[in-house]
Design a protein around this ligand. Structure first.
Ligand SMILES: [Zn+2]
Length: 360
């Protein structure tokens, strides 16, 4: 049992000041360390191998996210498996497989609700989804994209898909949505690159201006393709405003290995750690925690993963933390930026350093 009532009872998902958070989150994470050590053989083997290694702490293993692509990691009996999440990936990539029991899946949903309601309010808003409807039709395969849309669709009503199955924008549908809900709050969701490429760029090319001034736009997904075409968060927001008058834009950082406890961008443009999760920046050379302001590998922890050992993860993303509890937006928690993926060669270097695969 992974009882998260302490966190659920807080007035908002960004309530805990650093002293309280450190105490609460470390208590939960260390319980999860023990649970996974006792119930997941691979986790136990790795922890034993690295106990004297160069890890963050001798007793808490930081699990490289890529391990979920290489093996099935599970800390509950097979009969408790309720659902398997897979990461999206091109055919050439191996996907992550995340094993969920009912309790973990339920906590993921509850935490996502707490976090999203902070930005969207308690009411379900009319929702424009910047994708095509087929992405969620095959419910047997929970691709990250489909699962992401299904997960967030629960926060909206009158779900309207902006794209057709061939990825072209359906102007009539989009226009009728924006006219129907003109002057009302609406919720727009999609993946960053899809919104940029198939929505904003198409609106620009067709010289169509929408009035979605009361919309909250939430988006996620990698920036890599956008950085390649010199689009950063500032440009993205500017174009959201220029094409659709959208003023409230929230990017979020999350991963299939830690669904639920996502890091959402605040009103001042920083991603924030909610009470349920935390972030550290790790030096790829020394594997030590870096001070605020320095760029390094992102390590994320979450109190949610109980059915699989994903509570402390070392990602292949680069980031910088700017501070904790003192962002100008007023939310508590560490606030940070993500700079994208570690270059491929360095990733290989990292896994050589950790030599995890070889030691299993
Ligand atoms: Zn902030």
């Amino acid at each position: 049992m992974n009882n998260l009532d302490f966190f659920y009872n807080q007035p908002s998902p960004y309530s805990l000041s650093k002293e309280h958070k450190r105490e609460a989150i470390e208590l939960h994470l260390s319980r999860l360390d023990t649970h996974h050590y006792q119930n997941c053989k691979s986790y136990q083997n790795m922890t034993n191998s690295f106990r004297h290694g160069n890890w963050l702490s001798s007793n808490s293993l930081l699990m490289p996210v890529r391990l979920f692509k290489q093996q099935e990691l599970k800390s509950v009996p097979q009969e408790d498996v309720f659902k398997v999440l897979t990461s999206s990936g091109t055919t050439s990539q191996v996907v992550s497989r995340i094993i969920l029991d009912r309790g973990t899946a339920s906590n993921q949903s509850k935490v996502l609700v707490k976090i999203m309601q902070h930005y969207l309010g308690l009411q379900r808003l009319p929702m424009l989804i910047i994708d095509h409807p087929s992405v969620v039709k095959d419910r047997t395969s929970f691709s990250a994209r489909g699962a992401g849309i299904l997960g967030l669709a629960t926060f909206g009503r009158d779900h309207t898909y902006a794209l057709d199955d061939d990825m072209t924008i359906n102007i009539e549908r989009v226009k009728s949505f924006s006219e129907k809900y003109s002057g009302q709050p609406v919720f727009i969701f999609g993946f960053t690159f899809m919104i940029w490429q198939y929505f904003f760029q198409e609106l620009k090319a067709k010289n169509i201006h929408l009035n979605l001034s009361d919309a909250v736009l939430v988006h996620s997904g990698g920036w890599k393709k956008l950085i390649d075409v010199a689009v950063d968060n500032t440009v993205f927001k500017q174009v959201a405003y220029n094409t659709c008058e959208i003023k409230r834009v929230h990017n979020f950082y999350g991963m299939v290995e830690q669904v639920g406890s996502i890091f959402v961008e605040c009103s001042h443009g920083y991603l924030h750690a909610p009470d349920y999760a935390d972030i550290d920046i790790i030096s790829a050379e020394t594997m030590k925690v870096l001070p605020y302001g320095e760029k390094g590998l992102i390590a994320v922890s979450s109190v949610l993963p109980y059915s699989y050992p994903g509570h402390r993860l070392l990602t292949e993303d680069l980031g910088t933390i700017y501070g904790e509890d003192n962002c100008a937006c007023g939310l508590k928690g560490k606030y940070f930026h993500v700079h994208g993926r570690v270059p491929k060669a360095e990733v290989r270097g990292c896994s050589d350093t950790h030599a995890v695969e070889q030691k299993l």
